[in-house]
Structures are given as C-alpha cells and as structure tokens.
Design a protein. Sequence first.
Length: 248
Amino acid sequence: MPKRSFTREGITAALYLVDNTKNEILWLEVETKYDEMIEKKKGKDLVKLDQFCTALQKTFHKNKKDVSITKEQLLKIVQWKFQKGKPRYALMKFLNANSEKTIQECSTKAFKNNDIKELCKLKGVGPATASAILSLYAPDKYAFMDDEIIECLYDGKRGYTLKIYNEVNDKCIELANELNKKESKKKKQDDENWTPRRVGKTLWTGARLSAHGLDWFMKDDDDDDDDDDDDDSSKEEKTTRKKRKTRK
C-alpha cells in the first residue's frame, strides 16, 4: 500500500492518537493543550472566538427545544472556522446575503431533525461550515470538519463533500466509542464522555502540537532500547529520525 502524503502539518501525530485509543490518559494529556494551540494559531482573536463557540455550545446544552442561530452567530462561527483553518473570504458575500429569517428557519430544521443538509441550503454554507455549527449543537453526534481531521481519517484526497464528511464523522464516532470503553469503573458524567466533537478537537490539537515540534506524546519505538553506552553516531541517527517524524 503506497505511503500517504499530507498537505497539513502534524497528521502523523494525529494518526498516532488514532492508533492508541486504548491509552485514554494520552488523549487526555493532549486534549489539555487545546487552548494553548488555539492561542498559538492566531492569538487572542481566535481565543475569543473559541470562547464564543464554547459559550454557544453550553447554551445549546441547556436548551435544545426550538433553538436556532442568528446571523451574527453564524458569521462568528465562520470567523472562528477561518482563523482555525484556511480562510475562504470569497464566501463572505454569499454568507452575508442570507437573511435573518432564512438562517433561523434552516438552523431550526437542522437542529430539530439532525439534518446537516438543511444548513447547506444557506448561501456560502457547505458541509464544513455546517459541521462547525452542528458540532456545537450536538457534539455527541457531530465533529467539526477540520482539514487536519479529514487528512487523518479520510484515505483519499482531502475534500469537503457531504460524502467525505459523513465518512470522517463516522470514524470520529467510532473513536469516541472506543475511548468511552476505557472509562473507569466509576460512571462518568455526560459532559465527561468522549464525543465526536471532542475527538476531533484532540486530533487537531495533536496535529498542531506536532507542527510546533511538541509531539512529546509520540513514543519512539527505539527509545526502549536506549542505554547509556550508545555511541555518538547511534544517538545522532535517533535524533535525526525523531526530527523527520516531527516534520511529517
């Protein structure tokens, strides 16, 4: 099978997490670095937008009956998406063309019926933006379609179709189920369970850590064989190998 190549940094680190769902402690450690990676990505502006999204998610959690989003909320979620990934400013004229009434109607139907296609009826909204919205409303059902998550979990060329999103989201659901099997005997609270959204956030964090050369969580298979008597050439070879892994 040919080796996969990636256009986003740190995907090898995200794949390492995928291969280690039995180690929930590892996932939890990586997850704690999310806020740090958000700030490193775009500074205080992205931090504020991320806090806005978290607050909106909590609002949805408290009230899931007859809810919708406003035009202001839609545009803020899009700003968060653009800063967290690759901005596509050409979409803004289409997004701004949506009326308040249309946004309310489409989001209400999407939330009520768990139907991503309803959000895609909005101008300028594709599966990626729709997933950002739905992951806030129903994090137990939807992950956000980060570029890093697509490249990690989709075997083909990165794309933004509904078909690709559904495949990636299904894998996030599977990973969440695997991680929840490893929970302690004491039953977790609902907000402590792994969800597709939480899985996606942690995979993104792992990729960003690696992009910054901070993939400390990736164990080198050869490390167990290290001893104090290694000669200089051997040590240099291992250092070079680790640097290569970081750049993947």
